[in-house]
Design a protein around this ligand. Structure first.
Ligand code: TYD
Ligand code: MG
Length: 425
């Protein structure tokens, strides 16, 4: 349902931020060749993970949506990142918390910054009056769902409100060259609350995710006008703020003395970063008629497919088993190269035989049980080697020209899942 918008009435008329538009502009077409290409000077934040997911720092005049479930740490992350940039004037607008609450959080972070300003306000009109006075170089809004534009006759968080408020900040960002970060809540079903339109209105959409029961948080690029969308930042939520995790592979692999069955390490890639990830599987006799299949961190249809391949091509009786698969650390993985590690974890639990230590896997599995090649194989192998693995299983169909002998780690190239089974068990 659309709400009534009254742009002429209300107390907004004639004053406030509307005057932002009062410079008369004439529209004229320009020849592309006459446009001078400016090297946009990005702000680099002290947070290397944030710079990475943004494609190399904060672009002036850009509008960035940071979305995530309540309690995941969006306010903490942006407060911390802003406090660390003490050379630029930041305005942090909160419609969710009081000044005291934010102060308490800042105290926990233990960062001093005299250029950091707070405004607890939800009225867009009042906010722009303050913005005009302060002229901040960086604006953060926590959250877009709490804001209210006076000329929209609907409650905060409604579709029209979100759209109008975002439009106002978009205009402000473009006209003044000020970067604006909007915090947005995600609803239970994982969609960003508010219209899909919101995602189209902003330049960049970052999603902050993680399992609240784990300390690890992932900042993922879903859309970026100024960089790649396959980037990923990893943080650890500590007692005094977010800590960038610079070597994620180390934390994602369970450090344990003796190897248990049902666990296998995948040499995966997230964005441009190699990441070694532990896949855990538990295969048990099914008690009920319909066997259970539960997966966290990997796509459940992918799991079904891999089970079907094992059943059909390997003759394993997964049809009478309950199967649980989990990615350690609460991570969600989309890289198909974890197929091979998933298969190995499943087989290891099925046979109740631990895999040899110091081995990892990188390969996609096809419907015929063939092990398919994956991209950036050299980078994956190099990461495995760096972390002290002794062997890595890859597809023998990986593109020609890469030399296994350049690595110290033993590279085992196989063509089919049954060869892998024979090799391991
Ligand atoms: P918050 O940033 O308020 O989440 P969001 O804005 O996404 O709703 O963070 C909420 C949780 O973070 C809260 O349970 C407390 C925890 N926390 C820490 O663990 N360490 C810290 O330094 C801070 C400030 C918060
Ligand atoms: Mg918050």
């Amino acid at each position: 349902m659309e709400e009534v918008i009254d742009k002429t009435g209300g107390k907004n008329t004639g004053d406030g931020w509307k005057n932002y538009n009062d410079t008369k502009r004439t529209a004229a077409a320009v020849a592309l060749s006459d446009v001078i290409s400016k090297e946009e000077k990005r702000f680099t934040s002290k947070d290397v993970e944030l710079n990475r997911v943004l494609g190399g720092g904060i672009v002036p005049g850009s509008i960035v949506l940071v979305a995530g479930e309540p309690g995941i740490g969006k306010s903490t992350l942006l407060l911390q990142d802003a406090l660390e940039m003490n050379e630029i004037v930041t305005l942090y607008i909160s419609g969710e918390e009081s000044e005291q609450q934010i102060k308490m959080r800042a105290d926990r972070l233990k960062i001093n910054n005299d250029n950091f300003y707070l405004l607890t306000e939800t009225s867009v009109n009042t906010i722009f009056q303050e913005i005009k006075k302060l002229k901040p170089q960086f604006v953060i809004i926590d959250s877009i769902q709490t804001l209210q534009a006076e000329f929209v006759e609907s409650s905060p968080g409604s579709i029209t409100q979100i759209r109008e408020c975002t439009a106002a900040f978009q205009r402000f960002a473009k006209e003044t060259g000020t970067p604006v970060f909007l915090i947005g809540h995600i609803t239970k079903d994982g969609t960003i609350a508010g219209p899909k339109l919101l995602e189209h209105m902003v330049d960049t959409v970052l999603q902050f995710e993680g399992d609240r029961h784990y300390a690890y948080r992932i900042l993922r690029t879903l859309k970026n006008r100024f960089g790649s969308t396959s980037e990923l930042g990893i943080y650890e939520m500590t007692g005094d703020g977010m800590r960038a995790v610079l070597n994620p592979s180390e934390i994602l692999i369970n450090q344990k003395e003796d190897q248990l069955s049902g666990s296998a390490i995948a040499a995966s890639m997230e964005g441009l970063r190699p990441l070694l990830i532990e896949v855990q599987a538990l295969v048990t006799q099914s008690v009920y008629g319909t066997p259970q299949r539960t997966s966290t961190g990997i796509d459940s249809r992918r799991l079904q497919l891999l089970l079907a391949v094992l059943e059909k091509r390997g003759g394993f009786q997964f049809g009478v088993k309950d199967v649980f698969v989990n990615i350690a650390g609460g991570l969600k993985v989309e890289d198909p190269s974890i197929d091979l590690a998933t298969i190995c974890a499943l087989l290891s639990s099925y046979e109740d035989v631990p895999l040899p230590q110091h081995i990892c896997f990188a390969g996609e599995v096809g419907l015929n049980g063939e092990i398919r090649s994956v991209n950036r194989i050299e980078q994956r192998i190099a990461e495995a080697e760096k972390l002290g693995f002794e062997k890595i299983v890859v597809s023998k169909f990986n593109k020609k020209g890469f030399d296994k002998n350049q690595f110290r780690i033993q590279v085992i190239a196989l063509g089919r899942v049954d060869e892998l089974y024979q090799y391991l068990f």
